[in-house]
Write a protein that binds this ligand. Sequence first.
Ligand code: ADP
Ligand code: MG
Length: 465
Amino acid sequence: MAGYVDMSVKPQIYVSQWDFQGSSPQEISFKTGDRFQVLEKSGDWWKAVKLDGHGCQVGKNGHVPYNYLVEEGTVEEQPWFFGEVSRNEAVSMLMKEGNQTGSFLVRISGKKEFLYALSVRAQDTVKHFRIMQNSKGKYYLNNVIPFPDLNHLISAYHEKNVSQGLILTTPCAKNEPVAYDLSPVPLDEWERPKEEFTLTRKLGSGNFSDVYEGCWNGRVQIKVAIKTIKQGVTNTEIFIKETAFLKTLRHRNLLSLYAICSVGDPYYIVTELLPKGDLLKYLRGIEEDEVKVDGLMDIAVQVAEGMRYLESKKCIHRDLAARNILLSQNNICKIADFGMARIIKDDYYVTMSKEIPFKWTAPEAIGFGRYTIKSDVWSFGILLHEIMSLGMIPYPEIQNGKLLQFLKQGHRLQAPPRNCSKKLYDLMLDCWNENPHKRPSFEELKAKLESLANYDLTDASPKQP
Ligand SMILES: Nc1ncnc2c1ncn2[C@@H]1O[C@H](COP(=O)(O)OP(=O)(O)O)[C@@H](O)[C@H]1O
Ligand SMILES: [Mg+2]
């Protein structure tokens, strides 16, 4: 087989959807419509070279932000195709100014039964439809009319009703990606001088740190979150662990790290800013009469997805709780606060450290300091309870010192007073199985939560005119 070349692998050509002004020597500037051959996809910045009208390379190789580009000739090129956005995100985007009844988008649902979903604004609500595929690979919204591809399906429903009186009009307005959605990963600029940052307002504080809103006056002027950590023996250790850990992870449901300053006291960890703040505050701000169980379930699914990613990376978080989940403007949940997280080699991590969030921690971790991904599953169960109870404190009547005994006697948190089906409470109880091996994995949890969520309602069999 020597000398065999696989001719089936075509170079991947991408087209830019927006203008981009590169500012470091390795970043390529480009205009909307420019074409690229992508040479290497790693992290947020892809190695690429620009092409001219004849497909010849222009200039040197460099780095381009992945989220400005779409693959040529694919459905991604369509203005209505939004890729992997959650149902909740779709709702917040469609409800924004600039959209009206009939504005729509197609998103990847991430489900086995149907790959794509169509979300359409109908006055003050958003309706969601499953896009099914038949055995011949054709797409349909209802069994009657299959279409060869998504383009045909979408064009047809500009004239036919998707549901009573509702037709598709214009694609949902898309936000231009911003440079600070990106990490400087391949550019190797993690360590930055402190002078580049100004702290503007305190956002919160925890055991070892204060967190501020701030400004990064570096390569671009952007708002960021800055976690300041006081130096000290343990704190140095925490700092190094937290940043080393964050640098290796990238996922839409995890907080992204931009930079660190490790010179002088205090240290800085600079991350993306999530102005909506933490999930606990958000839950406690919801009025009882405006609870949307759908929205709560969507949050749970997103956290499970972020944890599934951590699970796949052999990481344990050890401090999973609503106070450590942050919310973006479009209700994307991001797992944050990796101060206690560890990468594990032997499936477990043992520590006798007493600084633990007792009420979120599994009995084997409280008792024997034994942490595994299954002790995170226990904490996830408590977090589910926080979500469905809108931020109730777990076991308010029990002191930390008495908790282990209480759990050993077989007691568990009661079902949340409202919003929680029997099946969902059973899932919490599964997370709190005394035997860690009998608790579900995050992969299973995500799948179960999705099936419970009735995630995509289909406004079934719309009547055709
Ligand atoms: N990136 C961020 N954007 C907005 N608020 C944040 C951000 N990071 C942290 N916070 C706020 O600060 C609080 C403490 O942050 P956290 O990382 O959990 O620190 P600690 O390790 O001290 O608990 C969070 O609960 C949240 O309210
Ligand atoms: Mg915290």
